[in-house]
Ligand binder design. Structure first.
Ligand code: MLT
Length: 404
């Protein structure tokens, strides 16, 4: 008799953004006239830049000619892309990452979810609370956690590291030593950042305890302040303890195109075994590579024109963030984030629960956001708004929220 992976049964409800989608659809069925503004899921709205579109067109043309047609991509990704990533994302920041330490993929979400496969199920994981749900859920699916406790809203066997306003939404080094540490900076969902000296402490801690840091830097392109590291490899010793994930989704609007990459230093080990060959084996076995045309589009964001266009789009989103920060703080909301990240993290008014505020906002302002408690119990009484809407919708949403 076939049996299911019963770890899946430990997961309560559906994926956070699926639940939100369902709630909005149900609301819309009852209120078809409602003009709903979606600032919930962090999905981009600006069109792809002309450098990317040009690269796509020419790559599509190449695929139509026998001499330039491409079949399967190389396992790690095309060299033209890995070379430019190593040069522009790492060497330019003083990080010694070589092209063959870069694995091109179809996005950071998949890589963050899949990376745990190369680690034993006995490993203890540590996550921030609140946290991007993929890190926890993928470990639950793999059987690396105990049951879900509805009282604490936590999975047994996971080390949760509270991120609160008192600590600037940056966790303290845990007392109980984890094997795998998930960190995401700039942070989703709080929009907080970690300064370089603090990140160095994490790297030192991981090296001291033989832990591996899984560092999600999907939002690094939104960093505007100095002394905020763009990569964990800016810290001394990080190549001995860290894997880094990057995404083209938010940086260059590729949520619908799909492209990302993971850096695994050649000599990074866990329990004396190198991780690079394991991920290479996994990649080669289970994945056929991001499409050639998409990898060419990715390459285009590193050209002079591409970089300028990316900066312009990011500036657009970050001025949306400013509109939200200004509007809501003037109206008396407690807000943070939105300076080095496209997410604004706000305290719900009158101590409302996050889901009550979600319903209230949907009903009274027809604005969709993301309830903080969906990211973990320390997200309760918080709410996330994304800066990825259009300017017009962002302005309208803020006007509606402040006049509720
Ligand atoms: C989010 O809204 O948190 C993100 O869009 C999720 C993702 O990037 O997968």
């Amino acid at each position: 008799m076939a049996k299911i992976n019963s770890n899946y049964l430990k997961l309560p409800g559906s994926y956070l953004f699926s639940t939100i989608g369902r709630k909005v659809r149900e609301y819309k069925e009852i209120h078809p006239e409602a003009d709903i503004i979606r600032l919930g899921i962090g999905d981009v709205t600006r069109p792809l830049s002309s450098a990317v579109i040009d690269a796509l067109h020419s790559a599509v043309d190449e695929m139509g000619h026998e001499e330039t047609f491409k079949g399967y991509a190389p396992d790690l990704g095309y060299e033209f892309l890995r070379n430019v990533i190593a040069e522009k994302d790492y060497k330019a920041r003083g990080c010694d990452i070589s092209p063959d330490e870069i694995f091109v993929s179809d996005g950071a979400k998949c890589d963050c979810g899949n990376i745990q496969e190369i680690f034993d199920t006995d490993n203890t994981i540590a996550v921030c609370d609140p946290v991007y749900p993929v890190y926890v859920d993928s470990n639950v699916m793999a059987g690396r956690t105990g049951e879900y406790d509805p009282q604490t809203e936590r999975f047994k066997g996971v080390i949760y590291m509270p991120c609160e306003r008192e600590n600037g939404f940056v966790p303290k080094l845990p007392d109980e030593v984890p094997d795998l540490i998930y960190l995401c900076f700039p942070n989703n969902p709080t929009g907080a950042v970690i300064k370089k000296d603090m990140l160095q402490k994490w790297v030192d801690y991981a090296n001291e305890h033989d832990s591996v840091i899984l560092y999600d830097a999907a939002y690094e392109a939104f960093i505007s302040e100095d002394d905020v590291p763009h990569s964990i490899y800016e810290c001394d010793g990080a190549k001995d303890c860290a894997i880094e994930f990057r995404s083209f989704s938010k940086t260059a609007g590729f949520t619908g195109l799909r492209l990302g990459y993971t850096v695994i230093p050649r000599d990074l080990t866990a329990g004396g075994e190198r991780l690079w060959p394991l991920w290479a084996r996994r990649h080669g076995t289970k994945y056929n590579g991001a499409p050639y045309i998409v990898q060419r589009a990715g390459e285009a964001i590193y050209s002079d024109a591409g970089r300028a266009q990316v900066r312009e789009t990011i500036a657009y989103y970050m001025s949306n963030a400013q509109v939200i920060l200004d509007g809501l703080s003037k109206a008396g909301f407690e807000v943070s984030g939105g300076v080095n990240a496209p997410y604004i993290w706000l305290r719900t008014p009158d101590n409302m629960t996050s889901w009550d505020f979600f319903d209230y906002l949907l009903d009274k302002a027809h604005v969709v956001g993301t309830p903080g408690s969906g990211f973990g119990p320390h997200g309760e009484h918080y709410f996330r708004l994304t800066a990825f809407g259009s300017r017009e919708n962002t302005v309208r949403a803020v006007e509606r929220i402040v006049s509720m």
